[in-house]
Design a protein around this ligand. Sequence first.
Ligand code: PHE
Length: 341
Amino acid sequence: MQQQLEELGREARLQIENAASPEELKEIKVRFLGKKGELTAILRGLGTIPSEQRPAVGRQANDLRTLLEEVIEQREHALRDLSRSNQWEKERIDVTLPGRPVSMGQKHPLTLITDEIKEIFVGLGFQVAHGPDIETDYYNYEALNFPADHPARDMQDSFYLTEKYLLRTHTSPVQVRAMEKKAPRLPVRIIAPGKVFRRDDDATHSPMFHQIEGLAVDKDITFADLKGTLLTFVRQMFGPEQKIRLRPSFFPFTEPSAEVDILCVMCKGKGCRVCSDTGWLEILGAGMVHPHVLSVSGYDPREVTGFAFGMGVERIAMLKYGIGDLRHFFTNDLRFLKQFG
Ligand code: PHE
C-alpha cells in the first residue's frame, strides 16, 4: 500500500510539472484529487486494510494530498507568470521604430472660400448671422414679398416638407430674421452664409449648394453704397483690376434689382469660351431692400433704406479656382480636395 502511494505521488508530480496550460492542470487535479480521483479512492479504501497499518497509511495518504495541493498551486502560479510574459513579449513596443505620421485634414474648398468672403465683409463692418436650413413659407417667401401663387416662386423649385415648412431656397430669409432681431436699432450690417436647396441637378447646379447673403440697413443708404461695397469685395476676391457691371433684373424683395457681373476671370474681358464671348461673368444678385420687406421686419421704409445681395459660393469657388464641374465639391474625391488649402 505504501509503495502504491509513493508511485501515485511520483506519477502525479510528474504530470503536474509537465502541465502546459491551466486547463490541463485542472484535469490532472481532478484525476488525482477529485471525488473519483485516484488518491481519493485510496483514502476511501482505508477501511479494507488491516487496522494496525491504518494510521500510518492514512497519514501518508493525507500528507500526499497536502503535498499535491501545494505542487498544483505552485504550477498554477508558474503557468500564470508564463502566459503574462508571453503576452508582454507579443505586445512589446519597439521604441526605435520611426513614428507613423498623423495625416492632417484640411479645409474643404467651399469652407476656404466662405471664410475668405466672410473675412472681407467683416473687414467692412458686417457681422456674421445664421438662419435655419428648414424655413417656414413665411420667411422664405411671404415676408420677402413673394405672395402665394406669385410666378417668381417658380424661379426656385423647392423641397417642401409640409405645407408650411420647406428647405430654404436662398439665404434671403436671414435678412428678415436679422432685422426682426435688431429692429428698431440701426445700423443692420450682416453677412449670412449657409446651405440652400433647389430641385436642380447638373454640372452647374446641385440640389444643395451654398449662398452668402449680405444686408445693410441704415438711414440714407443708397445704390451707390451697394455698388461701392460690391466693387470693394470683388477687387479683394478676384484682384485689384476687377470691374463690375450691373444689369437690371427682378427680385420681389429688392427694388430696383440687378444682376452683377465681373470681368471674365479667364480672358479679363476680351471674350472667350468661358464667358461666351461677352467678357463678363454673372456672380450675384442684388438690389435695394423692398419697402415691404423693411416694414414686415420692423423698420419704417420712410426713414431707412438698405441694400441686399446674394451670391453662390460654389460659383465663386469655381471661378476663383478654375473648376469646371460643380459636382467635384460633393463627391469627396481626395485627389480633388487635397489641391486646396
Ligand atoms: N436670393 C436671391 C437668389 O437666391 C439673390 C438675392 C439676394 C437677390 C439678395 C437680391 C438680393 O437668387
